[in-house]
Design a protein around this ligand. Structure first.
Ligand code: 6XA
Ligand code: ZN
Length: 345
């Protein structure tokens, strides 16, 4: 299995995020991807290749042009408004209930329209890093189109919280959705399976009214976990997409005994869709040692997870999402890939 990677992600290196009413050390940092890269290299799964550049067209298949323009010019606009030293763009007001979500003249108004939380600072290096991550996912998708059984897009910043026109949750461009759309555009019947601890609200929203791309997610119940406002079991898709979104919210403290039946149900739904391509949003924050999450999967459970995913029988694209236990992150990511490779033989 090839891994696709570029060190361009390191341009997005937040030091802090605003969380729980205070600035706290950022957890979505370059060391995450570096740890996974080192382990994937050491385990010898296959070549590690840089992304090619696909331009804006495949990104605009998923994201709104105004959103892309906003993100790509945000640092400039932020500095115009807040002064040349201002290098952390963060929303501080939103068009909540009773207010009007209308286009406004200043970046202070626009940022609340395009962002949904305070955990996602935009720095001068953020847009190039986000663009590079999308290109990593697109290059890996292209490997599937060329016939590879599987590929690993070692992406950061992650993507699954970003919808067509809203960013947040450490995510800017939805790498997995962009890849899923690119595969669909090349004639693949496509499904997305999201195993990140957090519900992939962006991915769900992007494909919610469509039947061509199935979206399935296992995650911490939003009743107690981020992103709080989407990811409930009764969200099944709408219009033509009715029945093509499956959410499997799980209780606090879920370990493999509770996780495995839900993963089996998820894979059964994926298999029933008969996809040619399966895009896996590979969040690793379900790990017992994760500093921001509350599931209890062990390192060995990730071998099992990879093997179960192989059972879907589709060409599979793993796209990295969350996971913050940096000391173990490489090992658990590689365990998924190894479990998959052994079962897919
Ligand atoms: C912000 C939490 C963001 C969660 C990011 C994540 N307080 N998403 O891992 O998958
Ligand atoms: Zn997550």
């Amino acid at each position: 299995m090839k891994t696709f990677y570029t060190d361009a992600h390191a341009g997005h290196a937040p030091e802090q995020e605003f969380e729980g009413g205070r600035w706290t050390p950022a957890v979505e940092i370059p060391a995450r991807a570096e740890a996974v890269l080192a382990e994937v290299r050491a385990r010898g799964f296959g070549s590690i290749e840089p992304p090619r550049h696909f331009g804006h067209v495949p990104i605009l298949r998923v994201h709104d042009a105004g959103f892309v323009n906003f993100l790509s010019t945000l640092t400039d606009e932020w500095r115009r408004y807040h002064g040349p030293e201002a290098d952390v763009a963060l929303a501080s007001a939103w068009p909540g209930r009773g207010l009007r979500d209308v286009p406004t003249r200043t970046v202070e108004g626009q940022i609340g329209h395009y962002c949904f939380d305070t955990a996602t600072p935009v720095l001068p290096g953020t847009w190039p890093a986000a663009l590079a991550a999308a290109n990593v996912a697109l290059t890996a998708a292209d490997a599937l189109a060329r016939g590879e059984r599987a590929a690993f897009a070692l992406t950061r910043p992650p993507g699954h919280h970003a919808s067509g026109d809203v960013y947040g949750g450490y995510c800017f461009l939805n790498n997995a959705a962009i890849a899923a759309q690119a595969l669909t555009d090349r004639g693949f019947r496509t499904a997305v399976l999201d195993v990140d601890y957090h519900h992939g609200n962006g991915t769900q929203t992007i494909f919610y009214k469509r039947s061509d791309v199935l979206t399935v997610s296992l995650h911490a119940d939003p009743d107690y976990a981020y992103p709080h406002y989407l990811g409930f079991a009764d969200e099944r898709g709408a219009g033509a997409g009715e029945g093509f979104n499956l959410n499997l919210p799980l209780p606090l403290g879920t370990a493999w005994d509770g996780y495995a039946p839900a993963l089996d149900a998820a894979i059964a739904r994926v298999a029933a869709h008969r996809p040619d391509a399966l895009v896996v949003s590979l969040g690793l924050d379900t790990y017992a040692g994760d500093p921001i999450s509350k599931f209890k999967l062990t390192a060995d459970d990730y071998f099992r997870m990879g093997a179960v995913i192989a059972g879907a029988g589709a060409q599979t694209l793993f796209v990295m999402e969350g996971g913050y236990a940096i000391g173990d992150l490489g090992r658990i990511a590689a365990n998924v890939l190894e479990g998959f490779l052994q079962a897919a033989r």
